[in-house]
Design a protein around this ligand. Structure first.
Ligand code: HEC
Length: 144
């Protein structure tokens, strides 16, 4: 056999080998679909986990409402009408857009006088500071 032909035969053999090994490594359609599905599932699981951790940082409205009910706040504060103290709606309106959670929380705990009228808000130091803060946050974001 002349050397040229020999070389081209070898080349063809090499090419064939390469394409066969690519086929072996290669992903067929089913595998690709399975991989995409797995990827999507992992993405969804990730999003759910992110959502769960986001809600654990979110305002615990149910807890805030229960504390409001159990600490006698409602005997002076109503959602929309002025009673002994300002309505929750008016408080949220007055401080809208202001970063006052800390101040309002300490007035809930330590008492307040003269900001809304003549009636004082009693000191309620039995409330934990963190609970007063939760109440302040809840009221300032609309008490819903
Ligand atoms: C005895 C009646 C009374 C009770 C009980 C009461 N408050 Fe008040 N509260 C008031 C009055 C009166 C004011 C207005 C005080 C002032 O003019 O500074 C006020 C003011 C507030 C304010 C506005 C403070 C500010 O920075 O302007 C918040 C918030 C508040 N109260 C939340 C609460 C919460 C939460 C509770 C229950 C843990 C509660 N209050 C219990 C009478 C009361």
């Amino acid at each position: 056999m002349p050397p040229r032909l020999e070389i081209s035969k070898n080349l063809i053999w090499l090419q064939d080998l390469r394409s066969r090994s690519l086929d072996n490594q290669g992903i067929d359609d089913d595998q690709e679909r399975a991989a995409v599905k797995t990827f999507l599932k992992l993405t969804i699981v990730g999003l759910i986990l992110a959502g769960v951790s986001a809600t654990s940082f979110a305002l615990d409205k149910a807890k805030a409402r229960a504390m409001f009910d159990n600490n006698g706040c409602a005997s002076c504060h109503q959602p929309a009408e002025t009673l002994v103290g300002p309505s929750l709606k008016d408080i949220a309106k007055r401080y809208k857009g202001q970063k006052v959670v800390g101040e309002v929380a300490s007035r809930i705990r330590e008492g307040s006088e003269g900001r809304w009228g003549d009636m004082p808000h009693p000191a309620m130091t039995t409330l934990e500071p963190a609970d007063a803060e939760l109440l302040a946050r809840w009221i300032l974001t609309g008490a819903r």
